[in-house]
Design a protein around this ligand. Structure first.
Ligand code: ZN
Length: 203
């Protein structure tokens, strides 16, 4: 399986990192080795002094597809959840400045956290879901999927022009504003509407 991530999909987050608003979705990949195993904490890697959390709505692909038309995108997923795209921001800034690929800062071991999954049948409107992240019981990110620049179905269509989607692939749909640093001992808790989807310790 592969993990496809979308960058710069919320205007407020583009602003906070002083990035340019892209013409098309910004895509990057994480390998399966980046996944945090079930019930394991996030371990801060020794090569970074500035690991950021980024909470994101995530989609699990349920059917193989390529060149998917937007009107058919909804047939390719059944489950959604929340993920954290852990980012070594110090390293990413250096790489961006040098015009180099981001992988070391975004795709390292443990950089990908995936919550439990929710069946789409339980969701009223995918394009109007509140979700939030709490860091040590303080709300740090709080947004709604209606604020995405490219909605889920548009993303699936766009991504599948470049990458064949396979069963079990996961799409990270981008983070809203409020990203920040994690430290040893922190606890991250994610909510989709009022449903607590995960609880993750930082070590
Ligand atoms: Zn992200």
């Amino acid at each position: 399986m592969k993990i496809i991530c979308v960058g710069r999909n919320y205007a407020d987050h583009i602003k906070e990192l002083e990035n340019q608003r892209p013409e098309n979705p910004v895509l990057f990949l994480k390998p399966d080795s980046s996944l945090i195993l079930k019930n394991r904490p996030f371990f801060i890697p020794e090569f970074s002094d500035e690991i950021h959390y980024e909470i994101e709505l995530i989609i699990k692909i349920s059917r193989i597809g390529k060149h998917i038309q937007r009107k058919f995108s909804h047939k390719y997923y059944n489950f959604i959840g929340l993920g954290i795209d852990f980012t070594a921001r110090d390293l990413q800034s250096q790489l961006k400045k040098s015009g180099l690929p981001w992988e070391k800062s975004k795709a390292f071991d443990g950089s990908c956290f995936v919550s439990d999954w929710i069946n789409l049948s339980e969701i009223e409107d995918l394009n109007n879901i509140n979700f939030r992240l709490e860091l040590n019981k303080n709300v740090v990110q709080n947004s709604n999927t209606s604020l995405m620049l490219w909605k889920v179905d548009e993303l699936i269509s766009y991504i599948s022009k470049y990458f064949t989607l396979k069963i079990g692939d996961i799409i990270f749909t981008g983070t809203p504003s409020g990203v920040g640093k994690v430290s040893v001992g922190d606890e991250l808790v994610g909510y989709l509407e009022e449903k607590k989807l995960f609880n993750l310790k930082v070590k």
